[in-house]
Design a protein. Structure first.
Length: 196
């Protein structure tokens, strides 16, 4: 049972995040609730997770690196090259330690909303996708991603991961190896499911 009301969570994250990031979190929470209702996931849990998904986003890259090392959250050498991506796992750790939230589905969804993970649960997929398609986002392919997400979480995940990878290539940014691994997992899953 959730020990915080939605309003309490909003107050907590409003103090931690910039006004833009706070607005983003509110929109992710709403999209997550809508997707949860569509896909048979607890809408209240999806909303709360959406509110908390960027709990550590206000930290600097160096602070995220330092915390990730202290909390032993570094999983790959690329983590040190892409410190901003650590706000997911660091945020999940802090939500558990500081807020006492121990729901493993919620914590996994917060931890994995930046890079995804192999064999994600529905709540994890919903938070990953809600983060990409909330109304404040605007990038090439977003409308297609919204359509695919409404059709299938697996199709949404595959297209979302591929969109992120393409963006990194276009911007000459480092691609975290987990993005490739997770993309390949969802590609295989969609092929096995006959196009999802």
């Amino acid at each position: 049972m959730m020990k915080y009301s939605d309003q309490q969570l909003m107050d907590i994250i409003q103090k931690r995040l910039s006004p833009n990031r706070y607005r983003h979190s509110l929109q992710v929470a709403q999209v997550a609730r809508d997707l949860a209702e569509q896909y048979g996931v607890d809408p209240g849990k999806a909303y709360a997770t959406g509110l908390l998904h960027d709990y550590a986003k206000g930290m600097s890259g160096q602070e995220l690196l330092d915390r990730a090392e202290i909390y032993q959250l570094m999983e790959h050498p690329a983590d040190s090259l892409l410190p901003d991506l650590l706000h997911g796992p660091v945020g999940a750790y802090l939500v558990k330690q500081e807020l006492g939230i121990e729901d493993e589905e919620m914590l996994a969804a917060i931890a994995h909303h930046t890079l995804g993970a192999v064999a994600m649960g529905s709540l994890e997929e919903i938070i990953y996708l809600a983060d990409m398609i909330e109304p404040g986002r605007d990038y090439p392919g977003m409308e297609r991603l919204k359509c695919l997400t409404e059709r299938s979480l697996e199709q949404g995940m595959l297209y979302g991961l591929e969109t992120t990878i393409r963006y990194c290539i276009d911007q000459q940014r480092i691609i975290h190896p987990r993005s490739i691994e997770v993309r390949n997992y969802y590609l295989q899953k969609c092929l096995d499911l006959d196009g999802c």
